[in-house]
Design a protein around this ligand. Structure first.
Ligand SMILES: Cc1cc2nc3c(=O)[nH]c(=O)nc-3n(C[C@H](O)[C@H](O)[C@H](O)COP(=O)(O)OP(=O)(O)OC[C@H]3O[C@@H](n4cnc5c(N)ncnc54)[C@H](O)[C@@H]3O)c2cc1C
Length: 496
């Protein structure tokens, strides 16, 4: 074991939406910051490479195996690289709605209240939208929360066929809105280009180590603080020391790391006196709908439209149903490997078509419904193995959303050649994972306090999607980013 002789003010583990953003926020303090990232730098895919090969390779599924509750192994769809999952995300940057922070009755149970409210997050949402260059337009969606400032950039225009659908859906009486998207000079904004790279370039106090997988946290003898971060780099073990340790490994890996760091003082795992570490895993109920059209499209356009008319329910079903957005040009999604399921459905329907042709004659719709926190949906570790026990709930609400949207598509697009839902997103799709170390005021019912510091250890924080007590139905990244900025402000005060 090599003991690093430098001492850091802050050690951040992971560089995704949470860790990358926090690195950006803390860099100007001049404090000595070490960032440990298990992945390397991901090469940007050239559009020349778009084709089948990328799709077939299952790129962006992590090379390691996790196990489901039946003990079956799978490769999780998660990206280990500088920028984490923001390197492969779709850049949709949505705020949670005001009511999402309150207790909400769903058909299958209660989505719990947050210890902080929308107004507490609002200034950080504004900061996050500026930082990640959100392009959007307020005012079209009745569920949209209040804003202190307009979007920093005007919305990305719809491709003409999406504009047509949007117009028809409006005439039908719904309220399609521009999907807020983070776009920079080189495409979608991510936490490498926005957070980590500028932090390293503009300051000499931030050290990034890539290929650095944290395997265990060691505490002092009383167990009150984390003393050292054990990390594998090139097959060698290192110990890094710092005043403040921040985990931002993603909700599943942060929980697993805490559980793997069990010791005499923390026999159930670090920060786990509540027995809640790893529990309440949520990941959204998701379905993709493929809509075939006679006219070809470019296949490479952005997601630009969303519909929230069923978000809180409707006159026939008074419980929340969820959120709908277009999946973007399907070729575009092939690049980011999100849509192979869509294309495998299309391939069966139109045998003989190449993937590229299929993609150009298809539109995708992405439907997501809130799943409710259930302590039995959880991450556990046994030896070196990571298990996910996840049983979907709130399923009827999702089915109803699916039914409603198919009805709308049928009623508004008479030319459509078919509408094909592809449901039951499998266990390996953990794109919207959250909730495994929920925050709150009560150490018995939460893992983190409202500053995302663990109740049990004074210098240990978790700043990724783990902190969510519930996950709303909108996509999570902007809330993770806003929270990292919020916690960053707290840490800046603490570091003074
Ligand atoms: C295909 C896809 C599309 C998506 N589209 C959207 C979207 O449009 N809008 C949206 O809001 N959300 C979207 N998401 C979800 C969004 O990307 C995630 O919610 C967000 O990135 C999670 O941020 P995080 O900080 O919690 O974790 P991550 O971004 O997953 O970052 C975790 C980081 O920790 C590193 N790490 C893990 N374990 C260790 C370890 N032991 N040691 C060192 N480093 C470690 C990882 O390599 C990674 O860099 C999408 C996700 C996917 C996969």
């Amino acid at each position: 074991m090599i003991i690093d002789d430098r001492y850091y003010d802050v050690i951040i583990v992971g560089t995704g939406a949470g860790g990358g953003t926090l690195t950006h926020k803390l860099a100007p303090t001049g404090k000595k910051i070490l960032v440990l990232e298990r992945g390397g730098f991901l090469e940007k895919e050239s559009s020349e490479l778009v084709e089948v090969e990328v799709f077939k390779k299952e790129d962006y599924h992590a090379p390691e195996q996790w196990y489901d509750n039946a003990g079956e192994p799978f490769h999780p769809q998660t990206c280990y690289s500088v920028g984490g999952n923001t390197k492969i995300y779709s850049g949709a940057l949505l705020r949670m709605r005001e009511k999402d922070f309150e207790a909400v009755q769903h058909q299958d149970g209660i989505s719990p209240e947050w210890g902080l409210k929308y107004q507490d997050f609002e200034p950080y949402y504004t900061e996050a939208e500026k930082l990640y260059r959100a392009h959007g337009k307020a005012g079209d969606d009745p569920t949209e929360p209040s804003r202190s400032e307009d979007y920093p950039f005007s919305p990305v225009e719809h491709e003409s066929n999406i504009q047509d659908i949007g117009d028809r859906v409006s005439k039908y009486g719904l309220h399609p809105a521009y999907l807020p998207i983070g776009i920079g000079d080189e495409g979608r904004t991510d936490s490498e280009d926005t957070g980590v790279t500028p932090a390293i370039k503009d300051s000499n106090n931030v050290t990034l180590k890539t290929g650095a997988k944290v395997v265990c946290l060691h505490t002092n003898s009383s167990g009150s603080t984390v003393k050292a971060v054990e990390t594998e780099i090139d097959g060698q073990s290192y110990l890094f020391m710092g005043d403040i340790i921040v985990l931002a490994c993603g909700a599943i890996n942060s929980a697993a790391l805490l559980l793997r760091s069990a010791n005499e003082k923390h026999p159930q795992g670090l920060a786990n006196s509540s027995d809640l570490v790893g529990r309440n895993l949520m990941k959204h109920l998701m379905t993709v709908i493929l809509q075939q059209s006679p006219q070809p499209n470019s296949g490479l356009f952005q997601r630009t439209i969303y519909i929230n008319d069923f978000y809180w329910g409707d006159e026939n079903f008074t419980y929340p149903m969820g959120h709908i957005q277009n999946s973007g040009g399907i070729l575009q999604d092939v690049i980011f490997s999100e849509s192979p399921p869509i294309l495998s459905v299309a391939a069966k329907l139109m045998p003989g078509f190449g993937l590229k042709q299929l993609a150009k004659r298809s539109l995708g719709w992405w439907l997501q419904t809130e799943d409710l926190p259930n302590p039995n949906n959880r991450v556990t570790v046994k030896g070196s193995k990571l298990y996910l026990d996840y049983t979907p709930n709130n399923v009827e609400a999702h089915d109803r959303l699916l039914y409603r949207w198919q009805e709308v598509l049928k009623a508004t697009d008479k030319q459509s050649r078919g509408i094909h839902p592809y449901g039951s997103v499998p266990i390996q799709v953990v794109a919207h994972q959250c909730g495994t170390c929920r925050f709150g005021e009560d150490p018995q019912s939460s893992v983190l306090d409202l500053n995302c510091r663990t109740h049990d250890l004074d210098n240990l924080y978790v700043v990724d999607s783990s902190f969510f007590p519930s996950n709303a139905a909108v996509s999570p990244a902007l809330t993770i980013i806003a929270n990292a900025l919020r916690v960053g402000e707290h840490l800046i005060e603490r570091l003074k």
